[in-house]
Design a protein around this ligand. Sequence first.
Ligand SMILES: Nc1nc2c(c(=O)[nH]1)N[C@H]1C(S)=C(S)[C@@H](COP(=O)(O)O)O[C@H]1N2
Ligand SMILES: [Mo]
Length: 247
Amino acid sequence: MSQEPEQKQPDSDIEFDDTDLVPRRRFLTLAGAGLLTIGFGSFAEGLVGGLSEPFNQQVGSLIFQPQQPVPEFPISAIEPDKLIINSFRGTPAIATETYRLTIDGEVNNPLSLSMSNLQKLPLTSMVIRHVCVEGWAAIVQWGGVRLRDLIAIAKPSAQVKYVYFYSADGYYESWDIDSVMHPQTLMAYQKNGQILTPEYGAPLRLASPVKLGYKLSKWVTRIQLTSELGKKRGYWEDLGYEWYAGL
Ligand SMILES: Nc1nc2c(c(=O)[nH]1)N[C@H]1C(S)=C(S)[C@@H](COP(=O)(O)O)O[C@H]1N2
Ligand SMILES: [Mo]
């Protein structure tokens, strides 16, 4: 007699479709609880509050007591010509229609999100300064989804301390969880009021006033939550640049 090996649920099973804000498996439970009829804020809180296992103290406290916001600039301060395209390997071709953002690693609810899934979540807009270590800066308006909202849906496990970002051009970065959960850390799909263009990271890139330019990955396809940093920490970091790179 042989036992059937335990089958791991394939990622496709939890893919969103255009009408659901949440993966299908979860849709049933949340719809049952009536949570889908209310706003996303309540939806995320309901999700977090309803966890059966203790929520990561660190990640949890960051969700409910957000860090001090970094002051923003008025729209009139935007410097449209100053954001220099800085890409180590050119612009990768990404078809927006088939693009998916994967959120996985040490999470209870791995996600695969389309741009239309992401665009249904609350849009946050901010005008901040982008600073590149190569000696230039630009005031830019970014619009997108708060990364901490996405992390909350993915239900990180208790030990998560770091997050890796993988990009379609082979670029990779790792961040501390505090900076990831900062309310002004966005997965952006708009720049200066327009949809993001390919050379600036479309369809989805990091934008944040708490990190230097090289931490702000363009063309992000995968976000991996982890309790440990590996040997590789980031494209520039592995060539000698500082890892934390805070502003
Ligand atoms: N995937 C990817 N992301 C990246 C880079 C890159 O080469 N590839 N360059 C980084 C650097 S050094 C900077 S300053 C900013 C530049 O963003 P911009 O090209 O939109 O001005 O992107 C960052 N993100
Ligand atoms: Mo940079």
